[in-house]
Design a protein around this ligand. Structure first.
Ligand SMILES: Cc1cc2nc3c(=O)[nH]c(=O)nc-3n(C[C@H](O)[C@H](O)[C@H](O)COP(=O)(O)OP(=O)(O)OC[C@H]3O[C@@H](n4cnc5c(N)ncnc54)[C@H](O)[C@@H]3O)c2cc1C
Ligand code: FES
Length: 333
């Protein structure tokens, strides 16, 4: 090997003729996709466990101690291909694979140039990127942004698809690396993005649709609400949105516009510290949702926001007897 060669390992899918090369440090999921082999995946970052495979031979390295890693996985030699690389040649056993992109997640790599950084509120901004090609995704899904130096972070796609532009609504957390790196991207600068990831979108059907956002969960919820309004769905759509203060309830007017365009749209807000004139619920978004739940027994639920909010919302739904196969949620952590 000379200085220009990259160390590569071969990954073989047990019981098949399929194998692919992975470069040193490269994620197995990305290497397989580069070679035209689509392994099962969903979230892309380690939250769901969908991409677990069994390692029959060889050694892997976990790049991020992801929440879906189970203590029993090590004994069973189960690894996440979205967050693992190879230390040598491997043989793995996986579920169904495809030589075509999965229709619900036709994942591809993009380059995005930041064209607008719009301040929305305290440490909250909408970032609009122009891509080199049309973004194909379902409203509710997310992208993974590579912010350099191994910093990869998920952001829900805030707009509707069908153009070469994507936008994200993000919060800057003081002293934390990913969000600060994102906020430091200058207009005109490029970042690498992969999209779409995730299992959150509104499935076809007749059932009432409930969308619940806490904080930056507004990005996914706004995308789904605007898409339903654009398609003028006849389904009842209830949008619940909670934040601390009115200043943090960003994009409220856009949600109001989407709800007004829906033939059967309803918007419910919740603030912890309301200012004068607030006519919504005072408290957490779960208080607003809980008050309406008895009338939403047959709805499908879509929940996005920080983990305490999604945990509380899913717990509330469970306590009210909602079957969890009618609940889709993205926990932002
Ligand atoms: C599905 C999903 C959608 C999200 N959508 C939004 C959004 O629309 N707007 C928004 O502001 N935030 C969103 N987030 C949160 C966002 O991804 C970041 O966690 C947030 O910006 C804080 O990052 P930080 O580095 O500043 O803080 P930190 O506290 O340092 O970030 C830690 C978090 O980063 C993630 N992480 C750490 N290492 C890795 C890695 N190697 N690969 C992938 N993830 C890693 C983990 O989730 C971890 O909890 C979303 C998260 C998820 C999972
Ligand atoms: S844990 Fe790998 S795709 Fe979700």
């Amino acid at each position: 090997m000379d200085g220009t060669d990259t160390l590569r390992h071969r990954v073989t899918l047990a019981g098949t003729d399929t194998s692919f090369e992975v470069e040193a440090g490269e994620r197995l999921l990305a290497a397989a996709r580069r070679a035209g082999t689509w392994l099962p995946f969903e979230c892309g970052w380690g939250g769901c466990g969908t991409c677990k495979v069994t390692v029959l031979d060889g050694e892997t390295e976990l790049l991020f101690d992801a929440p879906s890693v189970d203590p029993r996985d090590e004994r069973r030699r189960r690894v996440l291909v979205c967050q693992s690389t190879a230390r040598g040649d491997l043989t793995i056993r996986t579920g169904q694979t495809s030589s075509e992109p999965w229709p619900e997640r036709p994942l591809r790599d993009h380059r995005g140039r930041l064209v607008e950084h719009e301040d929305l509120g305290p440490d909250l901004a909408r970032l609009r990127f122009r891509l080199e090609a049309e973004a194909v995704y379902r409203p509710g899904q997310h992208a993974i942004l590579d912010l350099g130096d191994g910093l990869r972070r998920c952001y829900s796609l805030a707009g509707v698809p069908g153009t070469d532009e994507v936008s994200f609504i993000a919060k800057r957390y003081p002293g934390r690396p990913g969000s600060n790196r994102l906020f430091d991207v200058a207009v005109g600068q490029e970042v690498a993005l992969e999209l779409p990831y995730g299992d959150m979108w509104v499935r076809e059907g007749e059932a009432p649709v409930v969308l619940v956002a806490g904080g930056t969960g507004i990005s996914a919820v706004l995308a789904m609400a605007e898409d339903l309004a654009r398609r003028r769905t006849s389904r009842a759509v209830h949008v619940f949105y909670g934040a601390g203060t009115r200043g943090e309830l960003v994009c409220w007017e856009e949600l109001e516009a989407a709800a007004a365009d829906l033939p059967d749209g309803h918007l419910h807000g919740a603030l912890l510290e309301p200012s004068a004139g607030w006519s919504g619920v005072v408290g957490f978004v779960t208080a607003a949702l809980g008050a309406r739940l008895p009338g939403l027994a047959d709805a499908v639920f879509h929940v996005a926001g920080p983990p305490p909010m999604t945990d509380a919302t899913v717990g509330l739904l469970r306590d009210h007897g909602v079957q969890l196969d009618r609940v889709h949620f993205d926990s932002f952590g």
